[in-house]
Write a protein that binds this ligand. Sequence first.
Ligand SMILES: O=C(CO)COP(=O)(O)O
Ligand SMILES: O=C[C@H](O)COP(=O)(O)O
Ligand SMILES: [Zn+2]
Ligand SMILES: [Zn+2]
Length: 341
Amino acid sequence: MPIATPDVYAQMLDSAKEKGFAYPAINVTSSQTLNAAIRGFAEAGSDGIIQVSTGGAAYWSGSSKKDMVVGSLAFAAFAREVAKQYDVNIALHTDHCPQDKLEGFVLPLLEESEKAVARGEDPIFNSHMWDGSAIELDENLRIGADLIERTGKAHIVLEVEIGAVGGEEDGVVGEINDTLYTTTEDALKTLEALGKNGEKGRYITALTFGNVHGVYKPGNVRLRPELLEQIQREAGEKVGQDRPFDLVFHGGSGSSAQEIADAVSFGVIKMNVDTDTQYAFTRPVAGHMLGNYDGVLKVDGEVGNKKLYDPRVWGAKAEDGMAARVVQACENLGSAGTSVK
Ligand SMILES: O=C(CO)COP(=O)(O)O
Ligand SMILES: O=C[C@H](O)COP(=O)(O)O
Ligand SMILES: [Zn+2]
Ligand SMILES: [Zn+2]
């Protein structure tokens, strides 16, 4: 199918909220990880979201080039071609964009989409994330309010982050502190600034409940999905709307099936997965290389084995591994078998 149009993306998000499931949003950094992600969605019969981080976008442009805009446009163009081969809907998203990267990442991409829409085409990306979690909430929301004016007009969904996700991206490394848990007060300020959903433009919200990027040994991360239920209820009562937020779960890797199911039951409709799919891609490559070291290397004056070091051979194994992990994410989130036709 073609990449999801804005209408199809809206239907996908509505369907998830109504039926109580969520889409995996898989970070991809290459044509191979992209192919693996789409294949996983198709095998699960699930629509899905693929996304690039700032680092991922830079890498897409060529590891020696590091141009986030070139990389993002190349990612989107490649996805548009290959997605046509599958019978599920795929939406394109850009991940965390902090304030100092707006000028070099989301704003120029938004401008390209505005031009496309002015020509009567669809926007290039279905959604963009603005990550103002490292700055004061009022400033985060002021920038969010400016952005939603533009994203709304370009039929793009805006993702915002209220509270901070732990891990390197938000500068909260190895410590559990209050910023990892959003409050109802912050959630209400968000509704005030960005509107009840759809009034100004559609947005999805990463309310944080102890989420951390990466995978840690048991005991290091304390997820409190019940916080999402409390915020949806308390904020919903204040504004007279049932579950006012369409929620995003960051740091999906390493979460238990129960934590995921609980978060989804409280209104999560998108869960980001990166670390676990990175590992699922790399693990079979490690097995291949370590198990065939005398074929992939030229040992003791031998010539190695072209059938073992051809990148397509180990690359296909990597894609198999990652696609299977994407299927598992669809099953955990309940999106398997729900594709909007
Ligand atoms: O939240 C993420 C990307 O924004 C992914 O987090 P993980 O790497 O923990 O899955
Ligand atoms: O934001 C979290 C994702 O895992 C992106 O990671 P990255 O910046 O290493 O590409
Ligand atoms: Zn963040
Ligand atoms: Zn994240």
